[in-house]
Design a protein around this ligand. Structure first.
Ligand SMILES: *[C@@H]1O[C@H](CO)[C@@H](O)[C@H](O)[C@H]1NC(C)=O
Ligand SMILES: *[C@@H]1O[C@H](CO)[C@@H](O)[C@H](O)[C@H]1NC(C)=O
Length: 309
């Protein structure tokens, strides 16, 4: 690992005085469906939360929508019952999906759940896909921000390179108060031996740029690693990035626990295997199996040590 050299390079930028000794907060991405594809209900989320907390100590999850499977309605009461916090999301890509998620938030993200709703992500990798300019997404973020209970943060999730190269600057200057930075050494076709160096480089690049545009660490909005992870056995290899249980465990302990030690909050993709998830097509044009990215199996058993101890 090259943590110490990167730490020297960027520690002045990264560490606000208040955050010197704090370890980052770990969260997990969580899907709205049971392994059989049916929609989770409140009690399913409660069981998810029990397993996540028991295995990792985490009390934070994020979703990719607010309306899929009626997730805002079911997950917020579950979070209240189990003392969890949640980030919900809005899919702004079409007017229809934007309105569906917005209406779900208006209906269910009420003051009653203001403590459970940590934030709302507006847009997942829209800059990576080239769908919006910074100004266009900022309008959507401000639209959602207006309907949220006071104190609930709001901002975009995008790939590290798009948050580092200026594409998102209008959103940073516009005052979004939450940024999620996605970084996958796996999708950068890195061998596991260079995976944590790559993840640290990705995160440091995005964080440094956001801090610079925001005008310094004390003016910087809250930043989380939005998604990172590594597939275990059964997943697809991506060039030199090989899916295996051993590599997934190594990635978790070196890259995920390492980044938390560095003081950065992050979400691991994903909490559990999703057997119903369709294959995706990678940048190499080949179909990739996305069913085996869970830190836990579909029946909620940890695949490796998730305690970061
Ligand atoms: C977003 O971008 C992708 C890739 O360029 C494109 O296929 C898709 O149609 C776009 N969606 C919208 C809503 O513009
Ligand atoms: C390892 O990762 C670093 C950071 O992303 C990169 O600059 C370097 O080229 C990588 N090394 C190899 C051998 O791919």
């Amino acid at each position: 690992m090259r943590i110490s050299s990167l730490l020297t390079l960027t520690s002045a930028l990264l560490m606000a005085p208040t955050a010197v000794s704090a370890a980052g907060r770990l969260g997990f991405t969580l899907g709205p469906q049971r392994p059989d594809g049916s929609c989770k209900e409140q009690r399913d989320f409660e069981e998810d939360f029990d397993a996540i907390k028991a295995q990792s100590g985490s009390t934070l999850v994020r979703s990719f929508s607010s309306s899929d499977c009626n997730i805002a309605q079911t997950i917020l009461p579950a979070a209240k019952a189990k003392d969890f916090q949640v980030m919900l999301a809005v899919w702004p890509d079409t007017e229809e999906s934007f309105q569906k998620d917005k209406q779900a938030l208006q209906k269910y993200a009420t003051e009653e759940f203001a403590k459970q709703l940590y934030g709302v992500i507006v847009g997942s990798e829209v800059f990576y896909r080239g769908n919006f300019t910074g100004e266009q997404l900022l309008d959507k973020i401000n639209d959602i921000k207006r309907i949220l209970p006071k104190g609930v943060k709001c901002g975009p999730a995008d790939t590290w390179n798009k948050l580092a190269d200026g594409t998102a600057d209008a959103v940073i200057r516009g005052g979004a108060d939450l940024f999620l930075v996605n970084g996958f050494a796996y999708w950068q076709a890195q061998p596991i031996t260079n995976a944590s160096a790559t993840y640290f480089y990705d995160m440091a690049s995005a964080i440094a740029h956001i801090q610079t545009v925001a005008g310094g660490p004390d003016k910087t909005p809250e930043i989380f690693g939005g998604e990172t992870g590594w597939p275990s056995k059964g997943g697809t290899n991506y060039g030199p990035a090989e899916a295996s249980d051993e590599n997934a465990a190594t990635y978790f302990s070196q890259s995920v626990c390492g980044m938390l030690t560095w003081g950065v909050n992050l979400f691991y993709f994903s909490a559990m295997d999703e057997p119903g998830k369709p294959d995706s097509v990678g940048e190499n044009g080949q179909s990739a199996n996305e069913k085996h990215w869970g830190a836990m199996t579909a029946d909620r058993k940890a695949k490796y040590d998730l305690s970061c101890k």
